[in-house]
Write a protein that binds this ligand. Structure first.
Ligand code: SAM
Length: 297
């Protein structure tokens, strides 16, 4: 009953697809039916009352808005890709963040949306089509097989990496993460073996992302509450990141909830809280140093 109750109390979020419409038009349309607020952290994200069901709303059906929560809308904004950039969405399906990136890039530049799972590739293609984005190239491929030295990747400036994770920040059918015996570091979890496997995969794909020669910005995100998939993964790649001249930067500096204090620079990391924010997300932002200095000049 616990999950059902908290599910009913969740505010509903919709993200306006600015490739198709604008936020003001959506607000005036939705206000005919609902009390609508604008989110104070993520641009073009609207908050509707708990229980508002928009699944069959015309604005959803025609791709004017996407049903996307706040935590899930933060990574693309944190990546901040500019119109005209070449970008990889490394683990893309079903494509919520792909189409968000396309909107932030105003449909200009190029997005390679990479997805390993065949069925999920179809959902990704459908969402890209629905969004109206014309600059997305969907690739049915293992991200680890995208060759960083391939000339076609020599201009990739940003990578969004949202890999498979335990889903412990959103999974409604699994209450184990709410039990007191369960610690955020993953200890006391019967699924520790699974978490370790996921973390090893997450580390590998993050290292792969760090190896693209022209990349300036990388976002690593999960919908997990576990330290082992979040702070520990980031901490484990810091020596490599530093050797490629990347620093951790602070996504959404005003946001109060930061990484667990497990290493020196963990205050740069971002967490959303399972209870306070109703979902547990994690975002880390790597920025290449040369570029930081360029921007400060
Ligand atoms: N970013 C997506 C969104 O916002 O809609 C959600 C991504 S989901 C958390 C992770 C995805 O990565 C899954 O669809 C999974 O099939 C895919 N995946 C897992 N391993 C992969 C790999 N090695 N290369 C590419 N995609 C992979």
């Amino acid at each position: 009953a616990l999950d059902k109750t908290s599910e009913l109390q969740k505010p509903r979020y919709v993200r306006v697809n600015t490739l198709k419409t604008d936020t003001e038009s959506v607000i005036s349309e939705l206000r005919k039916q609902y009390v609508v607020q604008e989110d104070d952290t993520v641009p073009d994200l609207l908050i509707l009352p708990p229980g508002a069901d928009l699944h069959n709303h015309p604005l959803v059906k025609n791709g004017s808005v996407f049903l996307q929560g706040k935590g899930s809308s933060m990574p693309a904004v944190a990546l901040d890709p500019k119109p005209g950039w070449e970008v990889i969405d490394a683990c893309a399906a079903p494509g919520n963040k792909t189409v968000h990136l396309a909107a932030l890039m105003k449909g200009k530049g190029k997005i390679i949306a990479c997805e390993l799972n065949k069925e999920r590739v179809e959902r990704l293609k459908n969402n890209v089509k629905l969004s109206g984005a014309t600059n997305v190239k969907v690739k049915h491929e293992d991200f680890l097989n995208l060759d960083p030295t391939d000339p076609s990747h020599s201009k990739i400036r940003a990578i969004l990496l949202d890999p498979s994770c335990s889903g412990s920040g959103t999974a409604l059918d699994r209450l184990d993460h709410l039990l007191p015996s369960h610690n955020a570091d993953g200890s006391g979890n019967a699924d520790l073996t699974r978490l370790r496997k996921l973390a090893a995969f997450q580390k590998r794909v993050l290292e792969h992302a760090l190896s693209f020669p022209a990349v300036e910005r990388i976002v690593y995100s999960t919908c997990s509450i576990h330290q082992i998939e979040n702070e520990d993964v980031v901490n484990s790649v810091l020596p490599l990141a530093s050797s490629h001249a990347f620093n951790l930067e602070t996504p959404f500096p005003q946001w109060p909830r930061r990484g667990l204090p497990t290493f020196d620079s963990s205050q740069h990391l971002l967490r959303t809280d399972l209870v306070e924010d109703k979902e547990g997300f994690f975002v880390a932002l790597f920025v290449r140093r040369e570029n930081l200095e360029d921007r400060r000049r």
